[in-house]
Write a new protein. Structure first.
Length: 146
């Protein structure tokens, strides 16, 4: 990876997002929890959530990831409250398609993922970027199964 590639990939906005992750920590008495780990880099994200009427009422996330994984968790953290399981799974699938097959940026309120478009060319970064939404979708499924 050249210096200009690194500058493009780790833009100032990505680094800002990584430094401002909302809803960090763990959520006591969560209805659903899930931990996802990237086998490529070892990044992990754990999401705990509470639902009300089929929507995220409260959540927390424990993020131990690279700057791209942190930025992804930050974007999700700003959008997750009030979302349904379908919205979370749709955003996860759209993000995966955006990264791997040239799909469009996820729709609002998850459209902040546009900042991660330069990561399309770096397959070894995709798993870390997907962790937060994958963990949120799994935690949602667990909460609904209870």
């Amino acid at each position: 990876m050249s210096d200009s590639d690194l500058i493009s990939l780790y833009s100032g906005r990505i680094l800002e997002l990584a430094a401002e992750i909302p809803h960090t920590g763990r959520l006591p008495e969560a209805q659903g929890s899930a931990r996802r780990r990237s086998p490529v880099c070892g990044s992990t994200v754990t999401v705990d959530l509470k639902l009300r009427d089929g929507r995220v009422e409260d959540f927390a996330q424990d993020v131990k990831a690279c700057a791209l994984g942190q930025a992804s968790a930050s974007i999700m953290g700003h959008a997750l409250l009030g979302r349904s399981r379908t919205e979370v799974e749709t955003a996860r699938d759209a993000l995966r398609a955006m990264l791997t097959s040239g799909g469009p940026v996820p729709e609002a309120p998850f459209d902040g993922y546009e900042v991660l478009l330069p990561a399309r060319d770096y397959r070894n970064r995709h798993a870390s970027i997907l962790l937060a939404l994958e963990a949120a979708a799994e935690a949602f499924a667990e909460a609904e199964a209870r």
